[in-house]
Ligand binder design. Structure first.
Ligand code: GYE
Length: 332
């Protein structure tokens, strides 16, 4: 054991001296960062992912990994298992390893200033992907790449108001929120609420987090079905929670998509399959395929070039009657 540990330590030392040697040999590739490339002179990107909580996330991880390979960027990947403390630890490790660029998708919006300042002091540029932070000091990161979640929530609300246009009866809505404190949960809730508040017939009768997972979506929907007598609509902040809720609705002897209308966000293949089968009424798209754009930004910030403060992705809204035709074209 001791011998193995000693070998591991010396391998680590060789690796880190290779990194240092390279940064003096090839300073150009990492002029804005602290590292300056790995032993092959490639840009090193440390990426702290949220976790593997949803189909969206799995597609996002795959996109980042494939794009890094294609772009010739060395990727150090870490999975935080949906815990902010793990993400902070991963970022600190990237700083110690002197990577050229750090990218991360913050689990929650608040509590990042200290670690972001540490990266800035170490001269390592940071790119936010997918989820935003609420830091007042925007010099703590170079760019945000991702979706407009408020707009997604508004699109969900606009579908609903059009669907019930001209009808007077109350519409009882239950809401499955994403991870508490995360940008997509906060913004999708706010955008939706903003649109439906104009008409009192829409009432959110219960709203709780399902943490963006199928298992929790199902569990919370089971509780909603017990506590709420009349549920007309489910608004789920992502497809996985909607798919979990569909199981709960079916087990309760009701028809998802008919007895309870379902609005969801993301647009993963499984949701399109459920929509084509009439079980989901509309999906607001959120694109996880951010890898190529992230690598473009990584190259630019590593070279010290300026980048836009916000890079948004293009997305659409898919009502049920478009599901079947769109299914073969879905890339995630
Ligand atoms: O909607 C959800 C995932 O941050 C946009 O995170 C992302 C969200 C996505 O778990 O499925």
């Amino acid at each position: 054991m001791a011998r193995r540990a000693a070998i591991a330590v010396s391998i680590a030392l060789i690796a880190s001296s290779a990194l240092t040697a390279c940064s003096t040999e090839n300073p150009a590739s990492g002029s804005a960062g602290a590292g300056g490339g790995d032993s092959d002179g490639k840009i090193v990107l440390g990426f702290a992912q949220v976790g593997a909580e949803s189909g969206w996330r799995t597609a996002n991880t795959k996109s980042v990994q494939e794009a890094a390979k294609k772009a010739g960027i060395t990727l150090k990947f870490s999975d935080a298992q949906q815990k902010q403390e793990n993400q902070i630890k991963a970022i600190r490790t990237f700083i110690q390893q002197k990577v050229d660029v750090i990218a991360f998708s913050p689990v929650v919006e608040s509590g990042w200033d200290t670690v972001l300042k540490e990266a800035k002091d170490a001269g390592i540029p940071v790119i936010l992907t997918d989820r935003a932070v609420d830091s007042k000091d925007t010099s703590l990161y170079k760019s945000f790449l991702g979706s407009d979640f408020v707009k997604e929530g508004k699109s969900a609300g606009e579908w609903l108001t059009a669907e019930y246009e001209g009808k007077d009866a109350p519409v009882n809505i239950v809401e499955l929120q994403g991870t508490t404190g995360s940008a997509p949960a906060n913004d999708r809730k706010a955008g939706f609420a903003d649109v439906i508040k104009g008409d009192d017939k829409f009432k959110i009768t219960a709203s709780q987090t399902g943490d963006f997972t199928r298992a929790k979506g199902k569990e919370v929907m089971q509780a909603f079905l017990k506590s709420q007598k009349d549920i007309d609509v489910l608004y789920a902040h992502n497809d996985d929670m909607a798919l979990g809720a569909i199981q709960a609705i079916e087990e309760a002897g009701k028809k998802p998509g008919t007895d309870i209308k379902i609005i969801s966000v993301d647009g993963i293949k499984d949701a399109f399959v459920a929509m084509a089968a009439g079980k989901i009424n509309v999906v607001v798209e959120c694109n996880p395929l951010l890898g190529d754009q992230l690598m473009e930004l990584t190259k630019k910030v590593a070279a010290g070039e300026s980048v836009p403060a916000r890079v948004e992705t293009e997305e659409g809204v898919f009502p049920q009657d478009k599901a079947e035709a769109a299914l073969p074209t879905r890339k995630y």
